[in-house]
Design a protein around this ligand. Structure first.
Ligand SMILES: Nc1ncnc2c1ncn2[C@@H]1O[C@H](COP(=O)(O)OP(=O)(O)O)[C@@H](O)[C@H]1O
Ligand SMILES: [Mg+2]
Length: 256
């Protein structure tokens, strides 16, 4: 990759902790108005505006009541998994997941509210994989950790500033192995040391009953939290990107 290309892709989404907190405040306290439904979403996904004092921003709202029933995930649990995925990404500092919170006073009741990412419509994992492999590696480790069962190419976004974002984490954290993703580029490659270090900190925090454990306990079942801990231990033991699980359709359809 040449230097100009490298400059086009920034790694960090938030310039400061304060910026992240401001975003969180807007999502948590802002007045929500539904603008319309996002077409081709598998669950009800709304584009909303959020207004707080002088701030006005777009957001994404996925109400719990709009979750399509699935055979393997408890109906109504997807919005909580989205929040758990965001919280983990914020703890690890990778990958960039738009700020996501739960609100029970939204227009259609309880649901997740997420920062809207104004992104380049033509870009997705397939167009980005060679331009910013380091960001894709972060997403691949994260997906193995959260047991993401739907990493489609279109769930990787690039914004105008060249920040890469990962979205759509509703079907994650199942207690059985279900990793299904388009990112199998790094199978058996060593996981970069800084990414492992963040996983080590997560393990220490979970062991020490730090705030991240309490956050995850509110959002996931005990069995799911135990399974998360075993995947974490396994990643730290193997130190390489995992292989596709046997006897499991490991590539999502459609892939984009
Ligand atoms: N945070 C976001 N910022 C911008 N666009 C988003 C965001 N979340 C979802 N979208 C858009 O909405 C579409 C459907 O959202 P997705 O999370 O894939 O929902 P579903 O749960 O229905 O699969 C995405 O393909 C994307 O175009
Ligand atoms: Mg989707």
């Amino acid at each position: 990759m040449d230097a100009s290309q490298e400059r086009r892709y920034r790694t960090s989404a938030f310039k400061s902790r304060a910026e992240r907190e401001r975003e969180c405040e807007l999502l948590t306290r802002g007045e929500i108005a539904i603008e319309g439904m996002v077409p081709w979403s598998s669950n009800y996904t709304y584009l909303v505006t959020l207004k707080l004092d002088e701030q006005l921003e777009y957001g994404i709202y996925k109400p719990q009541c709009g979750e399509r029933p699935l055979w393997d995930f408890e109906t109504g649990s997807l919005c909580k998994r989205e929040v758990a995925a965001y919280e983990l990404s914020a703890f690890l500092n990778y990958p960039n997941v738009p700020v996501t919170i739960l609100r029970d006073d939204a227009p259609q009741g309880l649901g997740m509210i997420q920062q809207f990412i104004d992104h380049k419509r033509r870009e997705n994992f397939f167009s980005l994989r060679d331009k910013c492999p380091e960001e894709m590696q972060k997403i691949a480790v994260f997906d193995a950790l959260i047991n993401n069962t739907d990493r489609k190419g279109g769930h990787v976004l690039a914004d105008e500033q060249g920040v890469i974002w990962a979205i759509d984490h509703g079907v994650t954290f199942h207690q059985d192995p279900k990793l299904r993703t388009v990112i199998w580029d790094y199978v058996d490659d060593p996981i970069p040391a800084p990414l492992l270090q963040a996983l080590e900190s997560l393990r220490a925090e979970l062991k020490a009953n730090g705030p991240i454990r309490a956050t995850l306990e509110r959002l996931l079942t005990r069995a799911e939290l135990r399974a998360l801990t075993s995947r974490l231990n396994e990643l730290l033991r193997q130190k390489v990107y995992p292989s596709p699980p046997p006897d499991w359709p490991h590539i999502p359809w459609p892939p984009v």
